[in-house]
Design a protein around this ligand. Structure first.
Ligand code: ADP
Ligand code: MG
Length: 588
């Protein structure tokens, strides 16, 4: 049992303890509400804090859970233990539909869409006769097991908080896993994740559904606790409040959901009494205070209150328990000298601009080929055409003898092309090891459910072992547990190479790996590239630094104004008057 587990067991033990403390009933009721709200906030931590998708509409999913059980238990006399699952099913279906429509939206459109969705469900609930219109449905049963009423007071507290704790543990497990790392990569934009073979849209929908399911369970509990449901608890105002609780607590932290829900619930009750007394007239003044507080928190403490606690806690690094893990499955690689990449008359037109004009070149297994040329020559565009980031206007790319057509980058990555980025793309708050393990994503299979239930540990150990092996392979062994965001530029770029190697690629594509490096770091990079070449790796190197290119490449392809100027060995290129002219015209 590691330290993390110990904390969780202590928390689990604390729940029945609190329930039997001689607390006034009022406080138990308060804690019950805190637990219910925190459950919704847990979903928001995953969706908004980790995944970067802001939703104002979570209250609507609480409503689906609540109304489903209310209607079914009242009208069909079904058991609440059955209606819970029906509610979850309905929630999942609605979240899938709403998610599929809205999650492709970018920027501010998604939050706006969730507002629209929250509003429309509110008015739907308020206008349906079957749901009792704005009066809602009354007279629900309390939850019970046999003849034991667990729907009120202390037993309900134990039930709610046990579910909450289980949810929190499931989320913590999820975040520390193969799908969890994919989810954590969503905020960095989709390009990097897709290049690691991750279907980012599917993960967005997945976390949208998970967050909705957390909300739905809270709605089910709430309905039977209050014995009545009405639309006001599930409207936009509550949706905003859930988001507010999560942000105040710490939107990126699982325990922040609990802190935020607790603080806001208690503050809410206090202000609702204190403010009207202070001002002299009645009214929902607390909303104004919350509005101002939210702005202040967002400005001065964007990580929320829980970050104050995490700053105090010592950073614990993952215990190394994977030394004896089996190796991950490896790809069949082309034999030395076989064709790895064949670029044939590839062309890209941006409107009137011909960025890449019928470029052709070849890479054979074990070769390092450099793609060079002055700024704006079309190198990055060629790189993006090969990796599937953008579609070709015409031409063909054969990878290991097979045409890759206009496949998306994710599918090309799966075929064995791994890349790095001109501007380093990483997850700054993950360790170097975890960032590199993201590269092994395609070589694993374990999904969200096995991650939550922690039945993925054997595969996790294999992935961590592979990540460590790749880091050690390029001399980054002492950085395993560093936070990636704290690294200097040189180690960051090497980390990206390790991540790409973790994909077990047949071809490694590096986009300006020496950009921003100091002299010493460049020498280190050249050393790594020579070593990889010695190990038989095939590499396409887009690079500005002539010394590096001349030093490590077997073959050079020179571009100018989108066209192929010439190609040959470094010595031939250095002797070429055309190349000299091209470079003298624009650089040095
Ligand atoms: P390099 O990487 O060699 O510096 P690029 O491939 O980035 O050059 O750019 C080649 C040309 O294509 C440039 O003139 C650039 O302005 C243009 N270009 C690149 N991307 C786009 C785009 N998405 N839309 C329009 N023009 C583009
Ligand atoms: Mg470029």
């Amino acid at each position: 049992m590691n330290k993390q587990n110990l904390h969780l067991w202590l928390l689990a033990a604390a729940i029945p303890l609190v329930a039997w403390l001689p607390l006034p009933d009022f406080w138990i009721v308060q804690l019950n509400y805190v637990g219910l709200y925190a459950l919704v906030c847990l979903g928001l931590v995953l969706l908004t804090g980790v995944g970067g998708l802001t939703s104002f509409g979570q209250a609507a999913f609480v409503g689906i859970g609540a109304y489903t059980t209310a209607w079914l238990t009242l009208n069909l006399d079904l058991s609440p233990w059955l209606t819970l699952w029906i509610g979850l099913g309905l929630t999942a279906v609605s979240a899938l539909i709403v998610g599929a429509i809205t999650l492709r939206m970018s920027g501010h459109y998604l939050p706006l869409a969730t507002i629209a969705w929250g509003l429309s469900l509110y008015y739907l609930m308020g206008n349906l006769d079957a749901l009792g219109k704005y009066d809602g449905l009354q007279g629900l049963k309390s939850l019970s097991i046999g003849s034991l009423d667990i729907g009120q007071g202390r037993l309900f507290f134990v039930l709610t908080w046990a579910i909450l704790l289980a949810g929190a543990v499931a989320l913590l497990n999820l975040l520390d896993s193969r799908p969890g790392r994919a989810i954590r990569s969503l905020k960095t934009g989709s390009q990097m994740a897709e290049a690691m073979g991750i279907n980012t849209f599917r993960y967005k929908v997945t976390i949208f559904v998970i967050a909705a399911l957390f909300a739905s369970v809270a709605g089910w509990l709430m309905a039977h606790f209050q014995r009545t449901v009405n639309p006001s608890a599930f409207g936009l105002k509550m949706g905003i409040e859930y988001l507010f609780m999560t942000v105040v607590g710490g939107v990126g932290h699982v325990w922040g959901a609990l802190v935020g829900a607790g603080l806001i619930k208690l503050l809410d009750d206090y202000l609702q009494v204190a403010l009207p007394a202070l001002i002299g007239t009645s009214g929902s003044y607390e909303v104004i205070v919350f509005g101002i507080a939210m702005v202040l928190v967002l400005k001065y403490m964007p990580d929320g209150l829980w970050s104050l606690v995490t700053d105090l806690l010592p950073r614990t690094s993952r215990p190394v328990d994977w030394q004896d893990a089996a190796d991950l499955p490896a790809r069949h690689k082309p034999a030395p000298g076989d064709s790895v990449l064949s670029v044939r008359a590839v062309r890209k037109q941006f409107g009137g601009l011909l960025a890449v004009n019928d470029i052709s070149f070849d890479i054979h297994a074990g070769q390092i080929v450099g793609l060079i040329g002055p700024n704006g020559a079309g190198k990055s565009t060629t790189f993006n055409l090969i990796t599937g980031v953008i579609d070709k206007t015409s031409g063909e790319v054969l990878f290991c003898g097979e045409s890759i057509g206009n496949l998306p980058s994710r599918a090309i990555a799966r075929k064995g092309m791994a890349r790095t980025f001109q501007h380093v793309k990483m997850i700054p708050d993950m360790t170097v090891l975890e960032n590199v393990a993201l590269g092994a994503y395609m070589r694993g299979r374990m999904g969200v459910l096995s991650a939550m239930l922690r039945s993925n540990r054997a595969e996790e150990r294999r992935m961590m072992k592979e990540a460590q092996r790749q880091l050690e392979r390029i001399g980054m062994g002492e950085y395993l547990h560093e936070q990636a965001g704290n690294l200097a530029m040189g180690p960051q770029r090497l980390m990206e190479i390790a991540r790409a190697l973790c994909c077990d690629p047949a071809l490694l594509l590096l986009d300006e790996p020496a950009a921003g490096l100091r002299h010493k770091e460049k020498q280190g990079l050249a050393q790594v590239l020579r070593q990889l070449q010695g190990e038989g790796m095939s590499i396409l190197l887009v690079e500005h630094d002539m010394d590096l290119v001349m030093d490590v490449c077997d073959h050079l392809v020179v571009m100018e104004f989108g066209t192929l100027l010439t190609q040959g060995t470094p010595a031939e290129i250095q002797a070429s008057p055309a190349v000299r002219a091209a470079y003298l015209g624009t650089e040095h």
